[in-house]
Ligand binder design. Structure first.
Ligand code: SAH
Ligand code: SF4
Length: 348
């Protein structure tokens, strides 16, 4: 970043308005700047062509446009691209861009690493290095969507590195900018926040963004057995999260999704499928089964196709919506839970 200058990326419309009014300009200029930053993705302030030279010069004295750098980008045959992005302090994060039939899905990170140490997840191996700022999360999105046509339909899932609800303020600010019509204008229903079940945040999140999707990574049943695989369960018991969810109204069109990473001989028994089916029926959840993506450091295995099929056939008897995520980008280690920090020391 230009030394001593503030980054405009990550500023909300309100913040841009304050800046503009501070320059003695009319507030509609802030809308124009927001559109340049987020809709057109300009890389320099002087490229904002409908803004007077006088104002862009004054803006440049104090502000800059600063985005993460692309360290590598690896494409898979299925059209998935995994971006490794460099941050100012030397850390790096990953964004995975997946090509779907009629849209692109961006899997965004919210933290460098993760404190929660789930026993099957590569991100958990490294621990938490630090939170990302809204500016860095938005910046990672802008960089990884460069080159796509302006009218591309985009879905956002906060399922990359980190636990979104443990970086809550930055998450809320990021979502506000994502949905702002003068910024990215993404519909709330196209945004999903995935959580390991952090208590005390979901009601507020829902109040702020009633249309976004919520995904809950359950991964192990019965709940008392969850502590081993997901130590976060000790401090944030699943039962408490379920009580919070129960107090919210979710429509049939936008139910809470349960994520269940299916691991051979750990959580793929018929009895566990029955527990999961019962839970989904009771709370009207949708279930997304994610066959485990292998991580070299762990001894777990993906279940055989027959075991996956038999788990699913038990589940669907409960007449609940079930999907199976055939992970994209596994060959380039861009599948769920395969996101590592591959470089960076944190030294400036
Ligand atoms: N921390 C949040 C969001 C990031 S993890 C959460 O846990 O929900 C995103 C998803 O990847 C979670 O559903 C998690 O259960 C899944 N995941 C983690 N490791 C995995 C692996 N090795 N194979 C498949 N999915 C995995
Ligand atoms: Fe963190 Fe989610 Fe990985 Fe668990 S699954 S370690 S909560 S990123």
């Amino acid at each position: 970043m230009d030394k001593g200058k503030e980054n405009l990326i990550g500023k909300s419309l309100n913040e841009l308005q304050e800046i503009i009014l501070g320059f003695g300009e009319k507030s509609f200029r802030a809308i124009q700047i927001s559109e340049w930053l987020y809709r057109h993705g300009v890389s320099k302030i002087e490229l904002m062509t409908n803004i007077s030279r006088d104002l862009t010069t004054r803006l440049q004295e104090k502000y800059c446009i600063d985005l993460p750098s692309v360290i590598t980008q690896v494409a898979s045959n299925d059209g998935t691209i995994k971006f490794l992005l460099g941050l100012k302090d030397g850390f790096s994060i990953e964004v995975v861009r997946m090509k779907e039939e009629d849209h692109y899905t961006f899997c965004l990170s919210t933290q460098v690493g993760c404190a929660l140490g789930c026993k099957f997840c590569a991100t958990g191996l490294v621990g938490l290095k630090r939170n990302l700022s809204a500016s860095e999360i938005i910046g990672s999105f802008i960089v990884s969507k460069q080159g796509l046509p302006a009218d591309t339909t985009i879905n956002i899932v906060f399922m990359g590195m980190g636990e979104p609800l443990l970086n809550y303020d930055a998450l809320k600010k990021t979502i506000s900018i994502m949905i702002d019509l003068h910024a990215f204008g993404i519909a709330q229903r196209r945004i999903t926040v995935s959580t390991a079940g952090i208590n005390g945040k979901i009601i507020d999140l829902r109040k702020n963004f009633p249309g976004i999707g919520i995904a809950l990574s359950v991964n192990m049943l019965p709940p008392e057995k969850r502590d081993d695989l997901m130590p976060v369960n000790r401090k944030h018991p699943l039962s408490k999260f379920l009580t919070e969810i129960e107090s919210l109204k979710f429509s049939k069109q936008n139910p809470v999704t349960i994520e269940y990473v299916l691991i051979s001989n750990i959580n793929d028994s018929k009895q566990q499928a029955d527990l999961l089916g019962n839970m989904a029926k009771k709370y009207r959840f949708k279930v997304n089964i994610i066959p485990y993506n292998p991580i070299a450091e762990f001894n777990y295995e993906r279940p055989s196709e027959e075991r996956i099929e038999s788990f699913i056939s038990t589940l669907i008897k409960y007449k609940i919506p079930v999907t199976v995520r055939r992970s994209k980008g596994v060959e380039s280690s861009a599948g769920c839970g395969q996101l590592y920090i591959t470089s960076g020391t944190g030294d400036a």
